[in-house]
Design a binder for this molecule. Structure first.
Ligand SMILES: NC(=O)c1ccc[n+]([C@@H]2O[C@H](COP(=O)([O-])OP(=O)(O)OC[C@H]3O[C@@H](n4cnc5c(N)ncnc54)[C@H](O)[C@@H]3O)[C@@H](O)[C@H]2O)c1
Length: 401
């Protein structure tokens, strides 16, 4: 089989590398800079080694392209494009629509279309299939399946091979072909009874995390008001061998999944007249954490941040990745600047962000630690300012949540 993968970001490139061990893969991306670098064997994604990519490029198993016609000979297409929110925080299927147009206009023989992009239940059946049919020049009938991506970029213990993969086809034939495709590089395949179950399961997994993170963030505020350590309390609760799962507080949630996917579930719930109370409130609690943190920092520093130099340490949304999408650091910086602080940030993994570059880890009046990469020395952070507020729980002997 020849495979086309639309979108060569975190998800699409990762799949390309695994699939490229068994099939000829065409990685289609509409960003020509990404394509040029990929064809030189240079990976832009943590967890995808340039060495592995280079091997596939050299032996002809992988080629990146921005030319949609290059997809015309493939047997399977995997959609791995962003599914963000609109400015009104509603699901934005614009990238999916563009991918459907590419497929409709360029695939003139029947293929299997697998969606890996995260979206609400019904997206494959009611949106992707009709959209591809609308754009199809030859009105050819394709097969359709969903296999929501669960990859956690930067993670060492779980990957495409050992993370069980959910899937469902719109027809038994689509399911069978999907199984054949993934069985080459996934140890465990879990077929569910409909695409809607697979789509909903993915959203619920991330909603579970979002709600539990919000709960622990709220609890951090309660613990502080009671004058007890949130971390010690969580460790104590975690000694219960059943019925408890430990989440840790933070400046909020970030990345392309946790702050976004639950809103897809809430939107579809409300469209069907079902309540999404927890989901909506959890989102608010997580977004409000940045203000709570800046309030605490301000109180500890004489009630004003006017003119003070504040260094935000770690702006990636989580440790050891350069991903700044929806990062809580952005809101922390916004609140600090609104209160007159002179803000810079240090994050050598991210390097450049919002036209600013990573500042040295020293010389500030105040440091607020949002993300601690493994490459950062805790002692250097502690010495970077006379007052340090840690939101990660990784630094000893400083103020924090
Ligand atoms: N990043 C994660 O950890 C993760 C995990 C699980 C699921 N997902 C889901 O996977 C999907 C993709 O996320 P991602 O993190 O890989 O996004 P990404 O932004 O890293 O990559 C998307 C890529 O698609 C390209 N692109 C956009 N529109 C295109 C089009 N019409 N044609 C060709 N290329 C196009 C972009 O240039 C970009 O390179 C989303 O639905 C996301 O929710 C992401």
């Amino acid at each position: 089989m020849k495979i086309g993968i639309i979108g060569q970001g975190y998800v699409g490139l990762t799949i390309s590398i695994f699939a490229g061990q068994h099939f000829e893969v065409i990685g289609f991306d509409n960003n020509p800079n990404t394509v040029a670098r990929l064809n030189q064997g240079i990976s832009h994604i943590e967890g995808v080694e340039s060495r592995d990519l280079n091997t596939l490029v050299k032996n002809g198993s992988y080629q990146a392209t921005s030319r949609p016609e290059a997809l015309s000979e493939v047997d399977v297409i995997v959609i791995a494009v962003p599914t963000p929110l609109t400015p009104e925080r509603q699901p934005d299927l614009g990238f999916i629509d563009a991918a459907c147009k590419t497929i409709g206009e360029n695939l003139k023989h029947p293929i299997l279309v697998i969606n890996e992009s995260t979206s609400f239940p019904g997206t494959l059946r009611n949106y992707i299939k009709p959209a591809i049919e609308k754009y199809s020049v030859t009105k050819v009938e394709h097969q359709y399946a969903i296999s929501p991506e669960r990859v956690d970029p930067g993670r060492g213990d779980f990957n495409q091979k050992n993370t069980p993969r959910l899937f469902a086809g719109l027809t038994p034939e689509a399911s069978a072909k999907t199984r054949l495709f993934y069985s080459k590089f996934c140890d465990k395949l879990v077929e569910v009874s409909s695409p809607e179950v697979a789509e909903a399961a993915k959203l619920f997994e991330n909603t579970f995390r979002q709600v539990n993170i919000a709960l622990v963030n709220e609890f951090a505020q309660i613990a502080h008001s009671l004058g007890i350590s949130v971390y010690e309390t969580l460790d104590a609760a975690n000694t219960k061998p059943y019925g408890f799962m430990k989440f840790t507080p933070s400046a909020g949630v970030g990345g392309h999944c946790i702050p976004v996917d639950p809103t897809y579930l809430a939107a579809v719930a409300e469209e069907h007249g079902a309540p999404a109370t927890f989901i909506r409130r959890a989102n608010e609690v997580n977004l409000e954490m940045s203000k709570y943190i800046v309030d605490r920092v301000q109180t500890d520093n004489g009630g004003t941040l006017e003119g003070k130099s504040v260094l935000v340490v770690g702006v990636a949304y989580k440790p050891n990745v350069a991903d700044v999408r929806e990062t809580a650091a952005e809101l922390v910086i916004e609140h600090l600047r609104e209160r007159g602080a002179v803000v810079s940030w240090h994050d050598e993994v991210v390097g450049t962000w919002n036209s600013e570059i990573s500042a040295p880890l020293s010389g500030a009046d105040i440091a607020v630690v949002v993300t601690m990469h493994d490459s950062v020395n805790p002692a250097d952070v502690i010495q970077s300012a006379p007052y340090v507020f840690d939101t990660t729980g990784k630094l000893k002997g400083v103020k924090g949540l």
